[in-house]
Design a binder for this molecule. Structure first.
Ligand code: UD1
Length: 355
């Protein structure tokens, strides 16, 4: 069996790592195609290096652009790659423009497509990720769902017969990295003079929070007013948007910091008092590490984190403050995101169903 993975953005490299490891363990041929959607070393290369993926086999070098320009450039480049490799499966990950481009290109070439992390829904049609998820799920031949909730969403859309519950591969990589960094101090504690438990980790990068200057100013003011230092691991998008709007990312409690490599991020979250984010993956990572999370969004795809009390959804500056200072959540052993062995299950399902 030959699997061809298409990835392009930071969260996809994290999901790729356990899949790649499982292909090696199962002696399955695995071709890795990087679209080039993310190209800064701290958003791309460090993940391939730190998580043992090696280098991609093909790099399309597409880079940034408007949604249509970026997605179209990927589509234009992928046909020839798929034609050359003719894999048994094209595997697409998550909900970025790289995901929809690869799904669309493969389905038109009649190459079976599997969607990893299928069935997530925010039901917010203004989110680019929501368009990408829905369209990818309906184009794909096999829907690899991370949770029971995702399975339910797919059934509601008439896609039950293409769906398999495999668990969440981010749990696989998180548990492995958590154990590996257990005795390594966070670089924020070792290098920036912060105390364990004495700071919050924050990431803000979604278009809904960054692209309107008034909204960005409100979020930044909320972070700046918090009661402990807030280390903002600043994605290039928020840096660019803040600079253009004349908004300082170092005001009040805010400490601006470059994005971290994955092991450093996990060590930093583990040593923090809490996470404030609009990332999908980080909400779940905080939950799996049992660190309280405050999410600056009107909804989340990872509803289990909220239902179990480890995550709250907030909007205004006042709500951000109330979220991070809320009482500690109730301990729980519930494991909605699987057992840390999802990637091996994915490879088994793909092998069973390869034509
Ligand atoms: C993309 C995904 C989002 C995911 C996020 C993870 C889409 C629609 N969005 O958002 O779902 O949560 O990745 O980080 O696919 N830039 C750089 N260097 C880079 C990459 C981007 O400077 O390596 C800057 C450019 O100014 C670019 C902007 O960031 O225009 C946005 O990048 P883009 O890839 O379009 O989307 P993200 O915001 O990263």
């Amino acid at each position: 069996m030959k699997i061809l993975s298409v990835v392009g953005a930071r969260p996809q490299f994290v999901k790729l790592a356990p899949i790649h490891k499982a292909t090696v363990a199962a002696s399955v041929e695995h071709v890795i195609v990087h679209t080039g959607q993310h190209y800064d070393p701290m958003l791309s290369d460090v993940f391939f290096d730190d998580l043992g993926i090696g280098a991609p086999d093909v790099h399309l070098g597409v880079g940034s652009g408007s949604h249509g320009v970026q997605t179209g450039a990927m589509l234009g480049a992928l046909d020839a790659v798929f034609d050359e490799h003719r894999p048994d499966w094209v595997l697409v990950y998550g909900d970025t423009n790289s995901t929809i481009a690869a799904a669309l290109s493969a389905v038109k070439l009649h190459i079976p497509v599997a969607h990893l992390e299928a069935g997530l829904r925010s039901f917010n049609r203004r989110m680019p990720e929501e368009h990408n998820r829905v369209l990818t799920d309906h184009a794909a031949d096999l829907l690899l769902a991370p949770t029971e909730v995702a399975v339910g969403h797919l059934a509601n859309e008439g896609l039950a017969d293409r769906t398999v519950l495999v668990g969440d591969v981010m749990t696989d990589v998180l548990y492995e990295v958590r154990d590996a960094v257990a005795s390594t101090p966070s670089p924020l504690v070792a290098g920036s003079g912060l105390e364990p438990g004495g700071y919050y980790v924050s990431t803000i990068h979604r278009a809904e929070n960054t692209d309107d200057p008034a909204r960005l100013a409100q979020v930044v003011a909320g972070l700046a007013a918090l009661d402990k230092p807030v280390v903002l691991l600043a994605h290039p998008r928020v840096v660019a948007k803040a600079a253009a709007a004349g908004i300082s990312l170092t005001q009040g409690a805010l400490v601006q910091h470059a994005p971290l490599a994955y092991p450093d991020l996990i060590a930093s979250v583990m040593a923090s008092a809490g996470v404030v984010t609009d990332s999908g993956g980080l909400q779940k990572e905080a939950f799996l590490l049992r660190v309280p999370c405050t999410t600056v969004r009107p909804e989340t795809e990872w509803v289990e984190t909220v239902d179990l009390g480890w995550n709250v959804l907030v909007d205004t500056a006042e709500e951000i403050a109330a979220g991070v200072t809320r009482p500690a959540p109730q301990p729980t052993d519930v494991a909605p995101y699987g057992d840390g062995r999802a990637a091996a299950r994915v490879i088994e399902v793909l092998a069973d169903r390869a034509r």
